[in-house]
Design a protein around this ligand. Structure first.
Ligand code: FES
Length: 103
């Protein structure tokens, strides 16, 4: 596993949807209630960039194109009219106020 710097904790306030490219993947990182989560930023339905969506109820990531709802914490689909495979998620590590994603 390789660790990539995302940003500092000060630059990732509650609910801010940060997108980075690391290890050849597009990754969304978000701080929810002081916990950080990483998920593949490309919606596996039709390719929307999820950081252009929004967060509901402290865990639902809403896709900006067709409103699929993803569980930001584990990548599971919460709602969509058809079955979709789960979004890949990534471990986030905090060290010295820096936020890293492990891939
Ligand atoms: S691209 Fe995300 S729901 Fe269609």
């Amino acid at each position: 596993m390789t660790k990539f710097l995302v940003d500092t904790t000060e630059n990732l306030p509650q609910g801010y949807l940060k997108n980075i490219t690391a290890g050849g993947k597009e990754i969304l990182v978000v701080n929810i209630d002081g916990n950080y989560y990483g998920i593949n930023n490309i919606c596996n339905h039709a390719g929307a960039k999820l950081h252009e969506g929004s967060i509901l109820n402290h865990k639902e990531l809403v896709c900006p194109w067709h409103a699929a709802k993803w569980n930001i914490k584990n990548g599971e689909l919460i709602w969509f009219p058809q079955k979709l495979k789960k979004q890949e998620t990534y471990q986030i590590v905090i060290e010295n106020n820096n936020v890293y994603v492990e891939i």
